[in-house]
Design a protein around this ligand. Structure first.
Ligand SMILES: [Ca+2]
Length: 382
């Protein structure tokens, strides 16, 4: 059962629902600094003027701590990373929203994210403060992105340390507008991966029809092992495959050519075949040829700041006709939900794990260190 499988995942990973490590660490540093300061004050307490000097220095720095240091740690603790999911461009489907998308939002919340559905387009307001943005393949030729939306995403992503996931669809019925819109978003994000303007079918690995492809081959690269753990069958409904861009912007087949920082995550099975639906041919592959093509990548050190992560997939992780998180379809058991959740975990661990290197928080920590050093020097000299 779909719900049960998703819920099992949730229970298994309950321990992952923790606050960012950074806030705990910073609180600890602050407490130690306080203890140290108290200790030094007591040690020299027998000489009044020394105490007075220490108190004077502490008093001088007090406003600094109050305005910069400690309140920020409390603020950081209160906020979960926000992931915005675009729903303003035809991605919404009622049955999916009530089932797969509801489970997705619930589990991501359990994992410590804040999920925001963007119903009214992409702009500075909805993206303000967001850590992640997921854009499923759009639907409807009048539902393309406005120039202002593309610019808003470009500006947001240019801040760095962001996670962007863009999904494609096939060129079924000559719907090349989907591909061009998704590629427009990836281009302003300086992605090294784009979707091919074509369709992939699989007459062997599918959910009762070749266009309901089940991708069944995972990467063996250790870099993405955490993403593909317990993943063996992913619904890629009416999908395309991906290609890479080399250093001169040329289209290359990711099955045979490696692109720096681009990690293929998931492949179609060997019986998958390119079945082009219109006059726009694939760029780095050949129509009619079968192969275990790349259907999902993650790019690290990505974007204009070289410190973001971009995921690209040939079908959508939410919404759409039937998303990658689907646990069962036409009687076929699927594990794509693991792939989707673990991709968010991968990005979170990479971008938000360990110490928070936020410049303002670093200033706060530096301030504590400076005061401790000054107090130690004063205590030693007198
Ligand atoms: Ca085509």
């Amino acid at each position: 059962m779909c719900d049960k499988t998703h819920n099992s995942w949730q229970r298994k990973n309950k321990s992952l629902n923790t606050r960012p490590l950074s806030t705990v660490t910073i609180f600890s540093n602050a407490s130690k600094a306080k203890e140290r300061r108290t200790y030094l004050t007591l040690k020299i307490g027998d000489k009044t003027r020394k105490v007075a000097a220490v108190l004077l220095i502490a008093a001088l720095f007090a406003p600094y701590f109050i305005s910069v240091g400690f309140p920020l740690t409390a603020a950081a603790q209160a906020e979960d990373p926000i992931i915005v999911f675009d729903m303003g461009h035809g991605q919404y489907k009622d049955t999916v929203f009530e089932k797969e998308d509801a489970l997705l939002a619930g589990n991501l919340t359990e994992m410590g994210f804040e999920v925001v559905w963007a119903w009214g387009g992409l702009n500075d307001t909805i993206l303000d403060g967001a850590w992640g943005l997921v854009i499923a393949s759009i639907y409807g030729s009048s539902n393309g992105f406005a120039t202002a939306e593309i610019t808003a995403v470009e500006d947001w992503f240019a801040d760095g340390k962001k996670f962007l996931w863009v999904a494609y669809d096939s060129d079924y019925a000559g719907n090349d507008y989907i591909r061009t819109n998704m590629s427009a978003m990836l281009t302003v994000a300086e992605s090294s991966v784009l979707g091919e303007p074509t369709s992939v079918e699989d007459p062997v690995s599918n959910c009762a029809s070749p266009y309901r492809v089940v991708a069944n081959t995972t990467s063996t690269a250790s870099a993405v092992a955490s993403i593909v753990a317990d993943v063996d069958a992913v619904l890629m409904h009416g999908p395309t495959l991906l290609y890479g861009l080399n250093s001169t912007g040329g289209a290359v087949a990711l099955e045979t050519v490696s692109v720096p920082n681009v990690h293929p995550v998931m492949y179609y099975g060997g019986s998958a075949v390119i079945v082009d639906a219109d006059l726009v041919a694939p760029l780095a592959h050949t129509n009619g040829v079968a192969g275990s093509y790349v259907c999902m990548t993650v790019e690290t050190s990505a974007g204009p700041t070289s410190n973001s992560i971009i995921a690209v997939s040939g079908a959508s992780p939410y919404g759409d006709y039937q998303p990658m998180t689907t646990a069962q379809y036409y009687g076929v058991n699927l594990t794509g939900y693991n792939l989707v959740y673990q991709t968010f975990e991968f990005a979170k661990a990479r971008l938000l794990g360990g110490f928070a290197l936020d410049p303002i928080l670093l200033m706060g920590i530096a301030g504590v260190v400076v005061v401790v050093i000054i107090i130690a020097v004063v205590a030693k000299r007198r």
